[in-house]
Design a binder for this molecule. Structure first.
Ligand SMILES: NC(=O)c1ccc[n+]([C@@H]2O[C@H](COP(=O)([O-])OP(=O)(O)OC[C@H]3O[C@@H](n4cnc5c(N)ncnc54)[C@H](O)[C@@H]3O)[C@@H](O)[C@H]2O)c1
Length: 354
């Protein structure tokens, strides 16, 4: 099924069950895929160009160093400007492959064939490509939208349950950005993953990205849960997966919104989120480890204090509201202290009492 996207949207978006070779590029192309996906790609009878690269993928190696041999390989083929790179894998692979496509010959076309739930519902779409630096995640990158996104849900059959759960949190994020409490609740009570949810997330992201491709306004809403989430992810030494950290960040964001005077989320909903996140309790870093990371957040900026005062740090924070779309607010990093403390308490009440 081809999803309806806004007129002039940079990417064609397909959500299908079984992969379909007819959606591969018509002209010359090469493949850059996550090694884990090679058996499934072959089993589906999909073609592989002679110069295909199947590479091991890990969040630890999401760096520029990983990308350079790929660029050298393409230069040796040689891959011409009119060729398309087909990226097959999760968010790490699609972020890096999109970046490599942006860099090679100052930009060749690419297609995203995401194979994790997180990449299907979020990372594969929107044109943000990137790599990590020692100082933080995704600190280098380029906006380079894929010409086509092909999400084949059959690929999810081999995805480990932890990674399915990881992607679920980006779906919960979409529901909370929309203020759709019923959908968020459904996402939290179900063990299954429904293609309709991926469709809703993709359609929503396509609309937002089309209206604000460079994240100067509305697109910031998609960072809901990511401010504290990124800090928790880094502070855990990346033992928390991206989506897991976002899940903790979402719960803390619901609590932050309340401290900022928004209508509180129903207690039952907060407890439902906490139950789902409870297995991660041991990886949630203490506040002292999060605060310096919040100060260095990509979205942090210096706000001028009144005369004689030192500049303060402010971060664009996203506040979810039950039944209403999320809103943006500039807040100091310290605003997260209380929601962080409540998050820890909700995830592991025993540890707090001990
Ligand atoms: N560009 C964006 O807008 C955006 C948005 C959200 C997240 N991200 C990025 O996405 C990355 C996380 O992506 P991810 O969660 O997909 O992780 P990932 O790419 O590391 O994939 C998770 C694991 O699953 C394996 N795998 C992939 N597909 C599989 C399948 N179908 N069956 C079995 N194993 C499979 C991978 O080899 C890997 O071990 C982060 O680096 C994050 O920064 C980017």
């Amino acid at each position: 099924m081809r999803l309806a996207t806004p007129p002039g949207f940079a990417s064609d978006v397909f959500l299908i069950a079984a992969p379909d070779a007819a959606l591969l590029p018509e002209g010359p192309w090469t493949l850059l895929g996550d090694l884990q996906m090679r058996p499934a790609w072959r089993a589906a009878g999909l073609p592989e160009p002679e110069h295909a690269l199947w590479v091991p993928v890990s969040e630890r190696e999401k760096t520029l160093t990983t990308v350079i041999p790929w660029l050298e390989h393409w230069a040796r083929i040689p891959l011409h400007r009119e060729a398309t790179v087909v990226a097959v894998g999760g968010g790490v692979l699609t972020d890096l492959a999109g970046l490599a496509a942006a860099l090679f010959l100052r930009g060749v076309a690419w297609q995203a064939w995401p194979t994790t739930l997180l990449a299907m519902a979020d990372a594969g779409l929107g044109g943000k490509t990137g790599a990590d630096l020692d100082a933080g995640k995704n600190l280098v990158g380029a906006f380079h939208a894929p010409r086509r996104l092909v999400a084949c849900t059959d690929f999810l059959a081999t995805l480990p349950p932890r990674h399915l759960e990881n992607g679920r949190w980006e779906l919960v994020k979409t529901a909370l950005v929309l203020g759709d409490l019923a959908w968020a609740t459904e996402l939290l009570e179900d063990g299954l993953v429904r293609p309709l949810w991926v469709e809703r997330a993709l359609a929503h992201k396509a609309g937002v990205v089309h209206r604000d491709p460079r994240e100067s306004g509305e697109r910031r809403l998609l960072n809901l849960g990511h401010t504290l989430g990124h800090a928790l992810e880094a502070a855990s030494g990346y033992r928390l997966l991206h989506g897991e950290a976002v899940g903790c960040g979402l719960l803390a964001s619901c609590l932050l919104a309340e401290t900022q005077g928004a209508k509180p989320f129903p207690r039952e909903f907060i407890e439902r989120m906490a139950r789902r996140l409870a297995p991660l309790a041991a990886e949630v870093a203490p506040w002292e480890a999060c605060l310096p990371l919040l100060h260095r957040d990509k979205k942090a900026r210096a706000a001028q204090g009144s005369a004689g005062e030192l500049p303060r740090t402010e971060i664009h924070c996203i506040l979810p509201r039950p039944g209403e779309p999320a809103i943006q607010r500039l807040l100091p990093p310290e605003a997260w202290a209380e929601p962080h403390a409540r998050l820890i308490q909700l995830l592991d009440p025993e540890a707090v009492r001990a």
